[in-house]
Structure formats: C-alpha cells, structure tokens
Unconditional design. Structure first.
Length: 186
C-alpha cells in the first residue's frame, strides 16, 4: 500500500511541460486612421479597407513574455485632407516591419499585450506637402510604434493595435486603431 502511495505521489509531482502557443500568424485586418497635428489637415481621416499581416512570435504558456516580429501591408482611403486635389480621397499604401515584445501581466495564457517598433514605408496617389517636404512627395519612410492586445481563440488570433506612424523621416504622422483576425499555426 505504501509503495502505491509513493508511486502516486511521484507521478503527480512530475512537472507539467509548457504548451507552445502557435508561433506564426497570417491574417487580415482593418482600422481607422487619422493624421495628427498639422498632418490631420493635410491628409485627413480615413480607414484601411484592406490590411494583411504575417507574424512570428514564438513563446510558451510557461513563460509570460516572448519576442515578436511582424510584417504588414495596408491599403487606405483618407478623406477631408488638403493633399487630395484630383480626387476627393487620398489613397495610401503602407508597409511596415516591426519587432517587439509580447507579455501577459495576468494569469490567462490566451491574451498578450504587445509593444512593437520598426520601420514603415508610405506611398500615396498624390503628393503630400509636409514641413520636411514643402514641395510635396508621394513616398515617405520613417519609424512606427504600436501597442496592442493579441487574444487566442482556438486556432485564431484576434489582435487590437494602436499605431503611431512615421515618427521620423519627415512624412505625415498618423494615429491608427486596427482590428485583425489571423490563423495561428506553425
């Protein structure tokens, strides 16, 4: 009887192995965007009607933090800005590559806060006049930063991000709120 009791205790005392979360995610997103400060008057307010993202963020449920690498491309319409002369909308394409940390300050292994920074390219259908480019340009590059939340439901990952783009480089500065869904997997 004592042997069975000792065997049962040893079997229960074996540490559980961490479950890996799906390290990759591939998905779509949309969101609202607005120029900040003087750039709100130049480019206006609009939305990203189509966005695609690919992320690599390996972590396990045992560790409350992990690294993240994400690439995204967004196609948007901007309304009410002074930069749109030919058409009533300013059309933009943006691509960014960001790296950062994911961490969970709570017990749930399904939700993670994210902090990322990286580089962004912006291209528009019409020249945008900025303080750094008084003659206007259609292509800009600069830094981008975001803070967000990733939440897993089965094999899907829902993401909510607040992004601030073109921090440097003289391009128009924007603030965007993004909502996305991705298939998470290897």
């Amino acid at each position: 009887m004592k042997v069975l009791l000792v065997a049962a205790m040893l079997a229960l005392a074996v540490p559980a192995h961490a479950e890996p979360l799906p390290p990759g995610a591939l998905g779509l997103f949309t969101g609202v965007v607005s120029g900040t400060g003087a750039d709100n008057k130049r480019i206006g307010t609009g939305w990203y009607y189509l966005g695609a993202q690919a992320a690599w963020q390996p972590t396990t449920t045992e560790r409350p933090w992990g690294f993240s690498l994400r690439w995204s491309t967004m196609f948007g319409y901007m309304y009410g800005g002074s930069a749109s002369h030919i058409d009533t909308t300013l059309r933009t394409v943006q691509m960014d590559l960001t790296a950062g940390l994911r961490f969970r300050p709570w017990n749930s292994v399904k939700s993670y806060l994210t902090v990322r920074a990286g580089a962004e390219l912006l291209r528009s259908n019409e020249p945008i006049i900025t303080d750094a480019s008084p003659s206007g340009s259609r292509a800009y590059y600069g830094g981008i930063a975001s803070i967000g939340l990733d939440h897993y439901v089965s094999s899907l990952m829902f993401s909510f991000d607040l992004r601030y783009g073109l921090i440097a480089g003289g391009g128009p500065q924007e603030l965007a709120f993004m909502v996305g869904i991705a298939i998470a997997g290897p």
